[in-house]
Design a protein around this ligand. Structure first.
Ligand code: CUA
Length: 363
């Protein structure tokens, strides 16, 4: 029974593949597939082909350059193949004799060696130029936002050294202003990647790699750790918030707010939460400026929480930031994020809710 079915299937496939229509249409299948893929990508928040920064723009430009040249080569080669198939297929009146036999054609050999060599050479030179352009150190005499980026299992620490600000997972920059990241890691290799803003770059322990870019427009852009770095690699998100240069929502206003010490708790619940933070173990790993500052930052240290309430997400974008989610996170981090290194302090429901209320008030 099985053999009968497979035989039938293979007969059908043979007849299909030898049909004239299939021979002509087969080369078009990859084009249809590429069109389908490009249709899927429109409007996606991580769309590299919709650049919002100069680094991503260079990458997108190279993508289209290669796409166009490769498409022309594809059409020419497969077109020639289709013509050959149609013109030289076995005819109905074929008498079985061999066609004239020939060997080699010097002119053709030279043409199809020289043309591909030239194409590869030109593309190679242009591509190397692009690589150097992306690695170019920005001119010193402009405003540069310098950020030390440390990848940790499984979140990102952002240190604005000049501004003396430390935050996590949500990077704030300014539209039209040069940004210089200095990437490192506290444990394994991670990779920083916000596809609409720039290309990706590894964050490696013991080294510092630069990544330069300039965002074009204000907005929020999501990214992702792009190096398999352990159990919660998929939950090591990045959000880049690009502020306008002026106005109440400007980058400078954000910096000013971040430089202040933490707000004092107002409600009883928030006051109780502050006490939980100070006495139940949270303060061993987290800094809240004005409340408890850690002298040194180590591998085990968690994010600076001075203004955690002002973040839009928590746990490296795993959850939306609100009191309910904060309580869920502190109560059992590993239930939200597999193998999360934050200690489960076995807080009671009451303590979790109180500390969540306090943390969310830290705008
Ligand atoms: Cu860090 Cu993947």
């Amino acid at each position: 029974m099985f053999r009968k079915t497979t035989n039938k299937l293979s007969d059908w496939m043979t007849s299909l593949s030898s049909s004239r229509a299939c021979k002509i249409l087969a080369p078009l299948a990859p084009i249809a597939f590429a069109l389908l893929l490009s249709a899927c990508s429109s409007g996606h928040p991580r769309d590299t082909l919709n650049p919002a920064g100069d680094g991503a723009e260079v990458s997108a430009w190279f993508f289209w350059l290669y796409m166009i040249i490769d498409s022309v080569i594809f059409v020419v080669v497969l077109g020639a193949l289709a013509v050959a198939i149609m013109k030289f297929s076995k005819k109905k009146d074929d008498d079985g004799s061999l066609p004239p036999q020939s060997h080699g054609n010097m002119k053709l050999e030279i043409i199809w060696t020289v043309i591909p060599t030239l194409i590869v050479l030109v593309l190679g030179v242009i591509t190397i130029g692009g690589v150097f352009k992306l690695a170019e150190k920005p001119a010193e005499e402009q405003k540069i936002i310098d950020i030390e980026v440390t990848g940790k299992q499984w979140w990102w620490e952002f240190d604005y050294t000049k501004e003396r600000i430390t935050t996590a997972n949500e990077m704030h920059v300014e539209a039209g202003t040069q940004v210089a990241l200095h990437l490192t890691s506290a444990d394994v290799i991670h990779a920083f990647w916000v596809p609409r803003i720039s290309g990706k770059r590894d964050a490696t322990p013991g080294r510092s790699y630069p990544l330069y870019f300039k965002p074009f427009e204000a907005g929020e852009f999501v990214g992702q750790c792009a190096e398999l770095c352990g159990a919660s690699h998929a939950r090591m998100g990045i959000k880049m918030i690009v502020h306008p240069a002026e106005g109440p929502d400007s980058y400078d206003a954000w910096v000013k707010n971040q430089q202040t010490v933490a707000l004092a708790p107002k409600t009883d619940l928030q006051k109780a939460g502050k006490k939980v933070f100070e006495t139940k173990g949270c303060a061993a790993c987290h800094t809240i400026k004005g409340v408890k500052e850690l002298a040194t930052r180590s591998r085990s240290t968690g994010p600076d929480l001075t203004h955690v309430g002002a973040r839009t997400t928590i746990a490296a974008l795993a959850l939306k930031n609100n009191e309910e989610n904060l309580a869920k996170w502190v109560k059992n981090p590993q239930a939200v994020k597999e193998a999360a290194l934050m200690t489960n302090l076995n807080l009671s429901d009451t303590d979790s809710k109180a500390v969540a209320a306090y943390l969310f008030s830290l705008k």
